[in-house]
Ligand binder design. Sequence first.
Ligand SMILES: [Fe+2]
Ligand SMILES: [Fe+2]
Length: 139
Amino acid sequence: MSKEELIKGLNEDLAAEWGTVIRYTYQAGHSFGVMGIELREMFAEETEDELGHATFLTDYIIDLGGEPTTIPKSFDKPDSLKEMLNLDIKMEEDDVASYMKHAELAEELGFVELKFKLEEMAADEAGHARGLRRIVKGL
Ligand SMILES: [Fe+2]
Ligand SMILES: [Fe+2]
């Protein structure tokens, strides 16, 4: 596994983070009623986490000598609230898997800070997925 492959993987993660920032902003705009008030708060909190992740990845890719992407990963736009939140759960879970995979690569290459930070970010995404599952359960 080379540094170039790691940079490529981190750029996929970065594209996912930009996509999530846009997705949550878009979904917050489509959240109405009393439930919408709570959803908007949750999306705002999570967007802050995702922006922190995107900032870390941007800095780290540059420090590795790469070019960080500014192109977001695209996402579906389901009509129903439940489908929308289920999509979010799936995408958060995908992010967990990707961060764990790249944490292993980082460890192989000896990037200790990156390994632990990616694991921490995986834990953040797992927490987001868990919070979303609790909301869906109550629908
Ligand atoms: Fe994130
Ligand atoms: Fe997340």
